[in-house]
Ligand binder design. Sequence first.
Ligand SMILES: C[S@@+](CC[C@H](N)C(=O)[O-])C[C@H]1O[C@@H](n2cnc3c(N)ncnc32)[C@H](O)[C@@H]1O
Length: 361
Amino acid sequence: MTAEVTGKVGPTGRGHIGTMAAMSSYDDESYLDFIEGLRMFALKSMNPASAKALKAEIAAGKIKSENPDISETRAVADPLPAVGIRNRMLRSTQGLNWDRIVDSYDKNRAALEQELTDAETAGPGSLRWDPDFKYPEYFTAVPYHRQPGSYHADPLGGHIYHYGTKVFHGGSNDKDEAKIERIYELPTPKDGKVEKFLDVACAIGSGTVAAKLRWPNAEIHGIELAAPLVRYAHMRATRLNADVKFSQQLAEKLDFADNTFDLIYMSTLLHEMPVAEGRKAIQEAKRVLRPGGLLVIHDMVQATTPLDIWSDYDRYFDHRFNNEPYAYKYVHSDIDSFLKAEFAEVENSVHGKTSTWNCHK
Ligand SMILES: C[S@@+](CC[C@H](N)C(=O)[O-])C[C@H]1O[C@@H](n2cnc3c(N)ncnc32)[C@H](O)[C@@H]1O
């Protein structure tokens, strides 16, 4: 199943790719296709080459401990040519990616912003947001993933983020296909009832729209902190004819009543917050979850799950060089024990570098 905007020229005059406005010129699009290819080359070819080079050093006894400190790993891994090239490719493709997306959407900025404004009162679905919303300092302190303006400061932040994820995922989610698959795999509460669903930190709302596809008769909500993202999420949902209620809210302080939702989804939020705030967000989700309801958390795997030395180095690289300021502390925060103390029953499963916790209230 996929989502796609068809038959509309759109604000850049060049139609849509899946559910996002195409770049403003063929040149921009083709440049970004090249960047996407370079990134995929770094991931698919340079990653295995780098891991192999580090493994050879480990086999030669350059790293003594089985569970080395990151500084010990870096002292050996950083100087390896394959690793250096890979690191540079990932860092540079990210920078080139953002610069070109911003330049390209800038050419049609007025039309793109107008489209957001026009969609505010459009349906189906609804949008609540506050132009004077006070963001917490931890959120504005650093541009996440080095996105210019971060999530919150450029009115086109949603557009920029969305095209950025196209390059980041190598085009594999252009029509929401990966998100739809993920939402269709979600477990349900033990009694099977899903009449009210909440997507916490829904960003551009692709998981939220997918939830409406899976549960068409349910009331579907998405909350998100950044105004440009939640406005974009609503506009995108109206284009896809999805009846979803979006609102700008802080995950740590939701304005829903206690015991409201049957199923709550919190995907890749916690590693982007200080640990204490993340714990408040979990407790808030528990508050608005009804007894017997289910909270599904999907995020980076914790340090309690042993990673091979290369994967640990890679996790640190992303934290340090791709502006994930809270991620490394998060992976060392022992969320498992916290969740077990909060919920009646918790199941955890690990899939490579990510982890899922099913928390039953
Ligand atoms: C990596 S994105 C994940 C988006 C989406 N859940 C997904 O899985 O694709 C993290 C999102 O969390 C949002 N966010 C960060 N802190 C938040 C908070 N305290 N409350 C609500 N949203 C927050 C960011 O604005 C961003 O959209």
